[in-house]
Write a protein that binds this ligand. Sequence first.
Ligand SMILES: O=C(CO)[C@@H](O)[C@H](O)COP(=O)(O)O
Ligand SMILES: [Co+2]
Length: 227
Amino acid sequence: MQSPAIAPSILSANFARLGEEVDAVLAAGADWVHFDVMDNHYVPNLTIGPMVCEALRKHGVTAPIDVHLMVKPVDRIVPDFASAGASLISFHPEASEHVHRTVQLIKSHGCQAGLVLNPATPVEVLDYVLDELDLVLLMSVNPGFGGQAFIPSALDKLRRVRERIERSGRPIRLEIDGGVKVDNIREIAAAGADTFVAGSAIFGAKDYAEVIARMREEIAKAGTRQA
Ligand SMILES: O=C(CO)[C@@H](O)[C@H](O)COP(=O)(O)O
Ligand SMILES: [Co+2]
C-alpha cells in the first residue's frame, strides 16, 4: 500500500479566494489538491477548467494537482490540463469512447492516469486496463456535488479493488471520493484506500490543520488494526 495522501477537494473552497485557500490547506498539511472539473453535461454542475489549474501553478502551488474530470467527451481536454500543470488526470469510463486510448493519451502528455468508478459502476471495468493505471478513484457519492453522504457499499468495493491492486503487484493508488469525514476515514482506510479526497469536511471546518491531523490519526489507527 502507498503512504496515505490527503487531497482536499477545492469544490468546497471559497472560489473568490482560491489561491489563498489552496495555500492554507497545503500549509495545514494536505498532500495533494483535488481539482473537480464538471461540464453540466456528464454531470449536472459546472465548475472550473485548465485556466484555473494554470493560475494555481502561476500562483506558486507546487503540490500534486489531482484532476478529476467529470466531462464528456474526455480526450480533447486532456492536453490542455497537461499543459496547465496537472499531475494526475482521472476520468470516468462512461465518458470515454475508448478507455484504453484515453489512458494512453494522458500518459503520453506526461501525467499519471486514473480511472474513476461511480457507485454503480462494476469493478470489472478495471479488468483489461488496471495494469496501465497509476490510480483507481472510487466514488462514494454520485458525481456532481460536494457535501453528500458516503454510500456504505463503497467499503466492500474498496476491498475488492484493493485485492485486484495487490494481485497486480503494481504501485497503483486507491483513492476514495465523497462523504469522507473524520468519523468514517478509519473504516475507509481499513477497507483499502490510501488516498482520501475530502471537500466539505476540510473546507467546512474552521481549523484545516486540526481536521487534517485528526484524519491522519484515524488513518494510522486503521493501519495498526490491520497489522
Ligand atoms: O468529485 C466530487 C463530487 O463529484 C468530490 O470530489 C466532492 O467534491 C467531494 O466533496 P465532499 O463529499 O468531500 O464534500
Ligand atoms: Co472529485
